[in-house]
Design a protein around this ligand. Structure first.
Ligand code: ROI
Length: 164
């Protein structure tokens, strides 16, 4: 069984653009997984406490034979290897955040994992990069990404570059 998975990437510490580039390089090495594409890099205003730097965000697409939990384990390992300390302040600054946004058409509500990601439908820094790489996408609940994009304000979001 192969699922197409969309992964949100975010960083606002320690040279965020480089963190995202290196995280994408790490995604390309995931076992049993083919890397498909990654969006442009976007600068976004922090959601949550405003006394933290702006973020760099992107969304990547992969095809994987891993289960959702297996992929979550892999992503959390990557986060740790980038010096991400979990249990930091809720909604505070972070070196690297890797979120499973969508896992095929699966709906998952377990202790460790909520898919689709609970905040994705209201976060411009997820919706715009996702629409860039998957403009025909429909969420498991039938919402079209283009529709979300049309009804979500950019809130200062802008493209700062492309990855290699
Ligand atoms: N805000 C932005 N703009 N981008 C993020 O990736 C991000 N991630 C978070 C919180 C702290 C909610 N705010 C964010 O986890």
């Amino acid at each position: 069984m192969i699922d197409t998975v969309y992964i949100g990437l975010g960083s606002n510490l320690e040279q965020p653009e480089q963190q995202i580039q290196q995280a994408v390089d790490a995604l390309k090495l995931l076992p049993s997984t083919d890397f498909i594409t990654v969006s442009s890099l976007y600068s976004s205003k922090p959601m949550g406490p405003q006394d933290q730097p702006d973020y760099i965000n992107a969304v990547a697409a992969v095809n994987t034979e891993l289960s959702a939990i297996e992929l979550l384990d892999q992503l959390q390992q990557i986060e740790s290897s980038f010096g991400r300390v979990r249990k930091d302040q809720r909604w505070g600054a972070r070196v690297l955040d890797l979120d499973i946004l969508l896992f095929g058409n699966q709906v998952i509500n377990s202790e460790r994992l909520t898919v689709p990601h609970y905040g994705m439908k209201v976060r411009e820094f997820v919706i715009y990069p996702l629409a860039e790489i998957a403009e025909q996408l429909t969420l498991p609940d039938g919402t079209k990404i283009k529709q979300l994009q049309a009804t979500t304000a950019e809130n200062g979001l802008f493209v700062v570059g492309q990855l290699n």
